[in-house]
Design a protein around this ligand. Structure first.
Ligand code: BGC
Length: 882
């Protein structure tokens, strides 16, 4: 029988995926939700039914039969199919029926394998080295024999600290900085590795490098603190080998393991790493190595209930970059310019005499031609390699550190080696790229690229503020404003779901959301207090994930946390119904604030706070509605209405003028729907445009206003003003940094001053994504691609040409497949094109055309577009500084 007797060649389905995983090895869900993308289908195609086939490794497959349903994203695991047990492997395939009676063939197979799902599956112990210097990284090893050839082997592994595992002299997997950073006392993620090809019949060795990392190394603000989670590093490994003779051999970390110092003499995330190759122990993770003088290890108390499988991808090296220039500084130092500000570290290949010491200092910027490290504060970011010599090329990259840098100053490179063989390794969570934008404006394109690089530099397991100074913390406000942009650029659903789980765990009993998640004690910010925009991450980040990825379960998982936050701040309202409580960060980093006082914004911080309360109450009502919590829904709707009324009474005058007559105030009032009617909204839009004009079309907003201001202008018919603000090059503006040669988004509008000196403020990062939240406007409004229903089940294609641009386009891999929106102006005609994935539809809103809805396929719309509508042409004066 042919496989697909009556399949229709015009409809093809890609292999299903489960949850938000790229790789389905060691997943933590017993009933993973399944998704599939229709790769090709006739135009206008909608799914009407599907059939799932789920097969165990041995035995008959289960079939759902034909299920009448249009669902194809995060479809529940069928009730009739038993949940996965720990270690269990199944294959899944799907076929679909749709418009016109079409039916696809079977998709390729997805293989899912469960990790260890219940605490009792974990039989290993957390072991700690007994070497005297607690802070020095060490090596741990054990040897074991396998009685027969190997059929399958899995390594389940994690650590208190950071680890890199080796088996028989070979590195296990490609993860770096594993197990990453989570709220360790609540959730410690273990990795599952297929190590079948690494183990063999006979003698074997399992070993690991172990460093301090976030667990016990120095971390925090103002130099940080050590031992945040514990004083002792620990390794937890469970190797399970199925042999051909039917036996299963389990090798656990236990008191029989041995430990020793290795060549890493120091490693700190901020400080960098020191490696003495003369102290290497060749063959230490291979059989036959003499470890008789190694020290003992000791089991430590450890709660196995905290172990969980990751919900997103691990951190990896994702790119290698050669230096673009080798500079000699005025003081005669050699500085490599990698041409791009990144998070990562360098790998060197060097030859020289034993004891020669290569020192690598990292920084984001130069000042007066020299490496400029003041913005790093206490993060010394210096790696040192001592050569073992012997005439061979030595290759090294640190293991347990990471830096934010573009420049590396190299000293001590052996004189006889003319060539500096140094490459930068870009390191971040290995997410799938899903978003692209381009336009006719090279500066705007570079801004977009800078936003993407700032996401890459700050999505290193935890969404951080910056990757370079003694901070690198999961500031809740930064990701709250950036989450929509992030969700477009990369598939970060699993990454942010994991982080939100930590947010809920670390939230205080009264509902206060810590400023940073995972929460660690930091001076000035601990204990945390309720602060708008930051705390609202508890409500708004889950909502963003639902909108962008169609994942309803994240709403359920975060519901209690979101409620706790809103209930707390609602309870703090005064008699006038306004949340005017505590120290609010408000429109943090308003460009008018002096460098030493980022709190000094022009907009009343309580206006910002109360606007956010209203916004979170509205969104929480929508979340409650989604979850079928109707009593809550009604309650939060009332709260939202009350908050809106109080906002109006308190912050908006009878003439529509706001108490803070600022860009941020109008932007928030408009975007959070806090104004009563169209007239007031129009007046607010007018005033906002006027203010932007008065400010010389320069930015006058901080963290709160910046993500909203262009949208607020566009929503109220002021596209031209929005474009002038967007394309402004004088500071403060988004493009100012670009004209200064920025390759990432800066923390401050003027982190680098026009004279090439660094802003004197204490917080001067060159890699902060928050102000890059405008990229979402580029996607949604400039190019015109946004979700009209959760998960892009329905798209909105609504480009707003202007600003002298002659074309703009965005592409996004939605959960349903590739969507595109773009436009081009030529010969007095605007041509809009839209690509709509199968099983979705799109609302088309093109200026000058009647609104319409289209089905899947590629569509083209043409509108006469007189030259005067093109807007100001900025491109003629475009320039980029070297
Ligand atoms: C961080 C910010 C953060 C802020 C809190 C800074 O040090 O870098 O991005 O949100 O503190 O106000």
């Amino acid at each position: 029988m042919p496989e697909n007797p009556s399949a229709d060649a015009s409809v093809a389905v890609a292999a299903p995926t489960c949850e938000h995983h790229g790789s389905s090895l060691g997943i933590g869900a017993a009933r993973p939700r399944l998704s599939w993308v229709i790769e090709s289908a006739p135009d206008g195609w909608l799914q009407t039914a599907y059939e799932l086939e789920i097969a165990p490794e041995a035995g008959p497959a289960w079939s759902s039969g034909r299920v009448d349903s249009d669902e194809s994203v995060l479809v529940a695991w069928p009730d009739e199919v038993p949940p996965l047990r720990s270690r269990e492997r199944r294959t899944v395939r799907v076929r679909v029926w749709g418009t016109g009676g079409t039916r696809s063939g079977w998709s390729p197979l997805l293989t899912v394998e469960a990790g260890l799902l219940v605490p009792r599956d974990f039989t290993a112990a957390m072991i700690t080295p007994t070497v005297p210097e607690l802070t020095r990284p060490s090596l741990l090893r054990t040897s074991f024999d396998l009685p027969a050839p190997v059929v399958r082997a899995r390594l389940y592994i994690t650590a208190h600290g950071l680890y890199e595992a080796e088996i028989n002299g070979l590195r296990v997997g490609e993860d770096v900085l594993a197990p990453g950073w989570s709220s360790y006392h609540h959730r410690l993620r273990y990795a599952t590795h297929d190590v079948t090809s690494l183990v063999t019949e006979g003698p074997n060795v399992l070993g690991a490098w172990l460093g301090e990392g976030w667990f016990s190394g120095r971390f925090g603000i103002h130099g940080g603190r050590t031992a945040l989670y514990g004083r002792h590093t620990g390794l937890f490994a469970q190797l399970e080998v199925d042999c051909a003779d039917g036996r299963r051999v389990v090798v656990n970390t236990d008191e029989r393991w041995r430990c020793a110092y290795g060549p890493v003499t120091f490693a700190g995330l901020y400080e960098g790493e020191r490696y003495d190759a003369r102290a290497e122990l060749p063959g230490w993770s291979r059989p036959g190595f003499d470890a008789s003088d190694w020290q003992s290890v000791r089991p430590v108390v450890f709660d196995r209930d905290t172990l969980c499988a990751p919900s997103g991808p691990p951190v990896r090296r994702v790119e290698s970059r050669a230096p673009q220039a080798v500079l000699t500084s005025p003081s005669g130092r050699r500085i490599l310019d990698f041409g791009q500000n990144i998070a990562g570290r360098v790998r060197i290949r060097v030859r020289g005499h034993a004891g020669a010491t290569v020192t690598l200092r990292h920084a984001e910027v130069l000042q007066d031609g020299e490496l400029y490290t003041r913005p790093l504060r206490h993060a010394t970011s210096t790696d040192t390699y001592i050569l073992k010599g012997g005439g061979t090329v030595e290759e090294w990259e640190p293991r347990f550190t990471i830096h934010g840098f573009r420049y590396v100053e190299v000293t001590g490179w052996p004189e006889e080696e003319a060539h500096l063989d140094v490459t930068a390794q870009v390191i971040h969570t290995d997410m799938r790229r899903t978003g692209w934008f381009s336009s006719s404006d090279a500066l705007l394109n570079r801004l977009h690229e800078n936003v993407r690089w700032s996401m890459r530099g700050n999505f290193v397991d935890v969404p951080t503020d910056c990757p370079q100074r003694d901070e690198r913390l999961g500031w809740t406000g930064d990701i709250q404003v950036f989450a929509p942009t992030a969700s477009f650029l990369y598939d970060c659903a699993g990454f942010l779901t994991s982080w939100l789980a930590d947010l809920a765990h670390d939230q205080y009993a009264d509902g206060t959301v810590p400023f940073i998640v995972p929460a660690i004690p930091v001076p000035e910010w601990t204990p945390a207090w309720p602060a708008a925009l930051w705390g609202d991450a508890a409500v708004l980040v889950p909502w963003t994930l639902f909108q962008r990825f169609g994942d309803r379960s994240v709403l359920r998982a975060q519901y209690a946390s979101a409620r706790a936050w809103v209930d707390l701040i609602a309870s703090q309202r005064g008699e006038d119904g306004v949340w005017r409580h505590g120290k609010q960060l408000g429109d943090w980093l308003d460009p008018a604030a002096p460098p030493e006082d980022p709190w000094q914004a022009r907009t009343d911080p309580y206006l910002v706070a109360h606007a956010y309360l209203a916004r979170s109450a509205q969104v929480l009502a929508l979340i409650a509605e989604e979850l079928g919590e109707s009593a809550d829904e009604a309650g939060y709707r009332i709260l939202a209405q009350e908050a809106r009324a109080a906002f109006l009474d308190t912050f908006v005058g009878a003439d529509g003028r706001m108490s803070s007559d600022t860009q941020t105030a109008y932007a928030l009032a408009l975007r959070f729907d806090l104004l009563p009617d169209d007239d007031t909204r129009a007046a607010a839009g007018e005033r906002l445009a006027e203010l932007v004009g008065k400010d010389g079309h320069r930015i006058a907003t901080g963290f709160a206003g910046t993500p909203e201001v262009c949208d607020a202008l566009s929503d109220t018919g002021h596209d031209d003003t929005a474009y002038r603000l967007l394309l402004q090059r004088q500071r403060p503006s988004w493009l100012y940094g670009v004209t200064q040669g920025a390759t990432t988004v800066w923390e401050r509008w003027d982190s680098m001053l026009p004279d090439g000196t660094v802003n004197p403020g204490e917080m001067t990062s060159f890699n902060h994504y928050a102000l890059g939240a405008v990229a979402d406007f580029l996607h949604r409004v400039v190019a015109g691609l946004s979700p009209a229903a959760p998960g892009y089940r329905r798209l909105r294609i609504a480009p707003r040409p202007g600003g002298g641009l002659t074309h703009a386009e965005a592409r996004h891999l939605t959960p349903y497949g590739t969507a595109e929106a773009g436009w081009r102006l030529a010969g007095g005609t605007l041509t809009v094109t839209a690509t709509v994935p199968p099983n979705t539809s799109a609302d088309i809103d093109v200026p000058g055309l009647d609104a319409t809805t289209v089905g899947s396929g590629t569509h083209c719309f043409e509108v006469p577009w007189p030259a005067e509508r093109t807007g100001q042409d900025w491109t003629d004066t475009m320039w980029l500084k070297d």
